[in-house]
Design a protein around this ligand. Structure first.
Ligand code: NAP
Ligand code: HSE
Length: 435
């Protein structure tokens, strides 16, 4: 049977856009064999027609005119791989309302304006798919939307940013923060504005999307408490190693009776935990639910060709499920409240720099006790007239730890602002010892 010709357009022809075109060219026969369709990029929107491209588009494909895509009735679907909120938001709204299906890799747009976009998709009666917006090549949205559709997933734990994971694992090998970030940019992992990666905003947007799909209730970027890796130094990485742990930027989304909590922060991960072995630009997501207990998905979380693989899979899914009533909204069917910010519990690692004088340890212990924080392990290292306390606590609330740290940092004997990272371990905190 002759293949069905499917003209498609791209908004953006950068790291991901050029990789989508390359993938479609190099794998055209495979895609046709699997789906009976031949996808062809006929237009791609860019800002600069003269820029050198990794995989040059055919003459006449690149355009700076959005109308050349929006007004072309031949274009069957559009993949948005340009990023940003404006003008991208308006472009996608226009396409969806005009009944053009859209695939997007844009997590910030979805996490901030998802409600508008899915309303427009419904209005236009077309699909908006977004697999590539979370963890590039890992098919986690499909797993949550399709494979686990009847499972009550109530906890997600993951490494969902490739750039910061690359930076942290390079620091473990001795690299400086700045040089590791520069290499992540060169490799095409980082966002156009890498502040989004290092500040935790990229991971926070992905966790908001995952929580929305898993919990069936809208979670936006504003609902996520996040911190990135900007404060992490080689000293933290080395201290973690001494305790047989590694530093990772970890996202967690938790659904309990009465609410949800979604957050991203650096964490100390026990070397025996599956997330500790996730290295470079790889990502991993652990899904916990009633029937499934735990499923872990791991794979490349950033990069042009890795993301292109998810973009094309979504294109193929749209073609294959068009008009079938197959799930294609963002699955929000209820409203779950956000838990009060400090209520979630975790064991913590605390690093406290103080003067090395009689009574100082007692005053630190007193502030911890005042906030019901119980010490599981304590090690002290001397540093020219001072001492660094490395403390691992039993489970405590985030709120209690924040308050205790503020009080400890305000003690006259305190030498610098104390830091705390949650500890992630499956061994049980009391079994964690120093290596
Ligand atoms: P990129 O390399 O910076 O490419 C962006 C492309 O969009 C460029 O071709 C640029 O045109 C075009 N563009 C940007 N603003 C435009 C505007 N206002 N009008 C017309 N064209 C515009 O970015 P990328 O790394 O491919 O990322 C694209 C999207 O994929 C982002 O949403 C990102 O978050 C997401 N994503 C990226 C990765 C990754 O590993 N890179 C992974 C998952 C998701 P010019 O080329 O002319 O400048
Ligand atoms: N900048 C993102 C990351 C790209 O490093 O994970 C993938 O979304």
């Amino acid at each position: 049977m002759a293949p069905v010709d499917v003209p498609v357009a791209l908004l953006g022809y950068g790291t991901v856009g050029a990789a989508v075109n390359r993938f479609l060219h190099e794998n055209a026969d495979n895609i046709e064999r699997a789906t009976g369709h031949r996808l062809r990029v006929v237009r791609a929107l860019v800002r600069d027609l003269k820029k050198e491209r990794d995989f040059p588009a055919a003459p006449g494909v690149l355009t700076t005119d959005f109308a050349a895509i929006a007004d072309d009735p031949e274009i069957a679907l559009v993949a948005e791989v340009m990023g940003g909120i404006d003008p991208t938001h308006d472009y996608i709204l226009r396409l969806l309302r005009d009944s053009k299906p859209v695939v997007t890799a844009n997590k910030q747009l979805l996490a901030q304006r998802g409600a508008d976009l899915f309303a427009a998709a419904q209005e236009g009666g077309v699909q908006l798919r977004f697999e590539a917006s979370v963890c590039a090549a890992i098919p986690v949205i499909k797993v949550l939307r399709e494979a686990l559709v009847v499972t009550n997933v109530h906890r997600i734990l993951g490494i969902v940013n490739g750039t910061t994971n690359y930076i942290l694992t390079q620091m473990e090998l001795g690299a400086e923060y700045g040089e590791a970030l520069a290499e992540a940019k060169r490799q095409g992992y980082a966002e156009m504005d890498p502040t989004e990666d290092v500040s935790g905003a990229d991971a926070a947007a992905k966790m908001a999307i995952l929580a929305t799909v898993a919990f069936g209730s809208r979670v936006t970027l504003d609902d996520v408490n996040f911190e990135g890796v900007e404060r992490i130094t080689s000293a933290h990485v080395n201290a973690a190693r001494q305790m047989d742990m590694v530093v990772r930027l970890v996202g967690r989304a938790t659904l309990v009776e009465g609410g949800y909590d979604v957050r991203v922060s650096p964490a100390l991960v026990d070397c025996a935990h599956p997330l500790a072995g996730v290295e470079g630009a790889f990502n991993a997501i652990m899904l916990q639910g009633d029937a499934i207990r735990e499923i872990t998905l791991e794979g490349p979380g950033a990069g042009g060709i890795e993301t292109a693989s998810a973009v094309i899979a979504d294109m193929v899914s749209i073609i294959g499920t068009k008009g079938t009533g197959f799930l294609h909204d963002d699955a929000c069917w209820r409203t779950v409240d956000r838990l009060p910010a400090g209520e979630l519990r975790s064991p913590f690692y605390l690093q406290i720099a103080v003067d090395d004088r009689p009574g100082v340890l007692a005053r630190v212990a007193e502030r911890l006790a005042a906030h019901e924080i119980s010490v599981a392990r304590l090690v002290q290292f001397q540093t020219g007239g001072g001492a660094i306390l490395h403390v691992i606590s039993h489970e405590a609330t985030y709120g209690a730890v924040d308050e205790a740290l503020a009080e400890i940092s305000g003690l006259p004997e305190s030498r610098e602002i104390a830091v705390a990272f949650p500890v992630i371990s499956q061994r049980g905190i009391s079994e964690l010892g120093w290596a």
